[in-house]
Design a protein around this ligand. Sequence first.
Ligand code: NAD
Length: 505
Amino acid sequence: MSIFAEAKSSATGGETAVWGAFIDGRFVVPPRAKTFEVREPATDEVIASVVEADDDLVEQAVASARRAYEDVWRHLSPRERTGYLRAVADAIRDHADELSELESREVGKPRRDALRFDISFCSSGFDYFAGLTETLHGELLDQGPIETRVLYEPYGVVAAILPFNWPPIHFTKKLAPLLAAGNTGVVKPGEQAPLTVLRLTEIVNQVLPEGVVNAVAGRPAGAALAGHPTVERITFTGATATGRAVLKSAAENVTYATMELGGKNALIVLDDADMDVAVAVATEGMFYNQGEACTSTARILVHRSRADEFVERFSDATRSLKVGDGLDPETDIGPMVDRTQQEKVLAHLQSALDEGATVQAQGAIPTDSRLAKGYWVAPTLLTGVTPEMRVAREEIFGPIACVMTYDDIDTAIDIANSTPYGLTAALITPDHFKAAQLAGRLDAGMIFVNNYMRRAFLGSPFGGIKGSGFGRENWAETLKEFVRAKTVRFPSGRGEIPGWPPPKD
Ligand code: NAD
């Protein structure tokens, strides 16, 4: 039996059964439930049917999380929560092989990267927040006659709405801090790739009290959670347009929501750049995860004096990437997650050509007949792109790199800041003083200088500005985003508490 079959049969109770919603510690498949298919992006074969959660299932999941919060989770000491989160990290580590295969098969990405980065981040993230649980103590403010106790209280039930890319990473970025802070959760994976999150939910439930983490899949469940009156906190990652819809629902119930949204990130190669570094950063920044990354360096701005050299070397790098089945250890770039995404990316490519851009270099897509129906997009380097073109303004979420040239750094900064997004930006220059000055002028939440090390990000604040959202994940302060401060004021026994009205002279 393959690792995938093991996961499937564990999650469904049989090889052919449907993956249910995960509520109160078990998979639930209501009779006559509506289902949707998950297809393997490399082959277009159906690999699973999943229950599309309706309002009733969402209601059950929220009620389960509420019960677990009221009856168990809110009463634990921070140290007890630490113990649970460490056990979660160990349980994920124990299933790393299986989870990386599952993620690769449903998202299409190289299994090698899934194992080394995504699943490893997933377990480390739970360890990281386990270590922080006890730092969330209250405070005592001495205000003379009065002292104020500040209590940090969890919200209660948190809805975690995730995108399709990097499912285990988003699962951890949301669940680890919200659980550490004392909340319970209902997680909603992207409908293109829900299996890893459903299986992760099952795995964490092996060590957590039932109901602490529940999962519902299918697109309608997102809106149902965002507008649910007893969901007290929303943490969302996805496209900017979807984020707006979530915020509108949240506004109805005055629910606090944080937003990790899209990006159209600029990489600026300065005239003094080390070209080895520039090409390495551009290759990783652009093509990692097939370009299905909010952080992808989709706009590459190169000083005109270095453009020919950069384009020649980046072209070689682009052509050398091996596109193929994510399960093949040689693969660098997998297929797009689904047919819709493939068509969207190819339409962007066509619009660039229609507007006058040139395909400067392109990798090869697989010729193997087994992969003939895969959702392939060849890694592509476009030149002759101008900032006004659609391809340079809109998020593509695929392996299409746009190279533009600039003559002076002020123009480069203006172009970099000219989109509605503000997630990341990158600078390639050996002059760190200059880089520090330019970093201050770039409208982005995260700036990378001479590196694009997304893989070592745990512990650093992650998040954007402008249309890329608000809130910061991934670091110690994230814990505070999942609690609200409560003020309790007592007489300190020192000094007089003046009455009212004050004595009349
Ligand atoms: P998406 O916006 O289509 O979907 C995200 C999630 O929202 C899915 O679970 C979806 O079912 C759900 N959803 C859809 N409509 C909803 C509604 N009305 N109310 C509530 N939930 C709803 O995004 P996607 O295609 O899955 O992911 C790609 C996008 O995510 C890109 O824009 C990318 O930049 C962004 N992203 C951002 C970050 C970040 O950290 N900033 C990370 C990864 C991805």
